[in-house]
Design a protein around this ligand. Structure first.
Ligand code: PBG
Length: 340
């Protein structure tokens, strides 16, 4: 129960407004500060980063102003900045040199994400590295797993996800985040990590991941749009909440350490219900489309970017998120620091 009526039996007839003037609690800045129930902290944030092959690549992502595909040399200054801002963690996505049906680069020791992990560990060891664990950036068909007979084969995909998780942990990933929405992926990854000596590596599961049009800009960023069909066959139908709760429950049973709801903004009800029902730390992904909408409106001066961003992120935390993955992380860290 997030909130409670003081006297439920009296219901709406509780009292007249002259005794209960709620504006008393809003009158001064000091009072408002004392009454504030939800506060964002830089500690809540995870910053996603897109890494790519080559040198001197700093390519802005069209629908995500302020976000870039970065080559490893450019990554160094980027993560230096992230760390200086006090953001505790980054989430890595890779754009491979070549895509193929089995997403091979995802689980090659020399794959782009594995290389990026080594670079970050060398230069900024205090930064926590989380790796997105999926095949869609690496497959030529753009689906999140192995395609057979025009559908994604769940169990063959599990083997490749397990292999990728191990490969990321070997490179030095501090936490892996399976996001392919295959049944059994958390269990398969846990088993693989344990058997290779990574019992201490936590799993942040993209548990309630919806089949959302809000991922559009990300697919430009990661060059990962499905080349045929869509992801409705494995990601959750946006109309459903009960399946989201079952997904979370199942991931917890399979050993997830942190569970996630994604996207965040159109799914605040799911986030609130999940954080009520489960004691696991809850992550929310403030996805690319949510970021793009704010940036596009702000560029037209239709919305105040800072106020709207803070309002959105506060709503995500108020709904129950303990961890917020957001492309806004760097600007928020600066705003929070300037508030003192
Ligand atoms: C990988 C993955 C996606 C996102 C995060 N991990 C894309 C997808 O499922 O299509 C989307 C993130 C965003 O939109 O910001 N499967």
């Amino acid at each position: 129960m997030l909130w409670r009526r003081t006297s439920p039996e009296r219901g709406l007839h509780m009292s007249s407004y002259s005794q209960n003037r709620l504006r008393r609690l809003r009158e001064s800045p000091a009072m408002r500060r004392m009454m504030r129930e939800t506060r964002l902290s830089v500690d809540d944030f995870v910053y996603p980063i897109f890494v790519t092959h080559g040198r001197d690549v700093r390519k802005e992502i069209g629908p995500m102003p302020g976000m870039y595909q970065l080559s490893l040399d450019q990554l160094i200054s980027e993560i230096g900045e992230v760390s200086e801002l006090g953001i505790p963690a980054v989430l890595l996505f890779g754009i491979p040199a070549d895509k193929d049906p089995l997403g091979t680069e995802a689980y090659e020791p020399g794959g782009i994400v594995q290389e990026a992990i080594r670079v970050i560990k060398q230069t900024t060891p205090e930064l926590m590295i989380v790796t997105d664990l999926c095949l869609c950036e690496y497959t030529d068909h753009g689906h999140c797993g192995v395609v057979a007979d025009d559908r994604v084969d769940n169990d063959r995909t599990l083997e490749l996800l397990a292999k990728t998780a191990t490969c990321q942990a070997e490179a030095g990933a501090d936490m892996v985040a399976p996001s392919a929405m295959m049944d059994g992926q958390v269990g398969a990854v846990r088993e693989a990590l344990d058997s290779k000596g990574y019992k201490g590596t936590p799993i942040m599961a993209y548990s309630a991941k919806y089949s959302s049009a809000f991922y559009g800009p990300f697919r430009v960023a990661a060059e990962s749009a499905p080349q045929f069909g869509d992801r409705m066959g494995y990601q959750i139908d946006p109309a459903n909440i009960r399946q989201a709760m079952r997904e979370i429950e199942q991931d917890i049973e399979e050993g997830a350490d942190i569970v996630m709801v994604k996207p965040a903004l159109s799914y605040l009800d799911v986030l609130a219900a999940a954080s009520e029902a489960f004691d696991h730390p809850m992550a929310a992904y403030n996805v690319s489309g949510e970021y793009a909408m704010v940036k596009a409106a702000a560029q037209n001066e239709w919305l105040d970017s800072r106020l709207v961003t803070m309002e959105i992120l506060t709503s995500i935390k108020r709904a129950g998120a303990d961890i917020i993955i957001s492309y806004h992380s760097k600007e928020v860290a600066r705003w929070l620091a300037s508030e003192g």
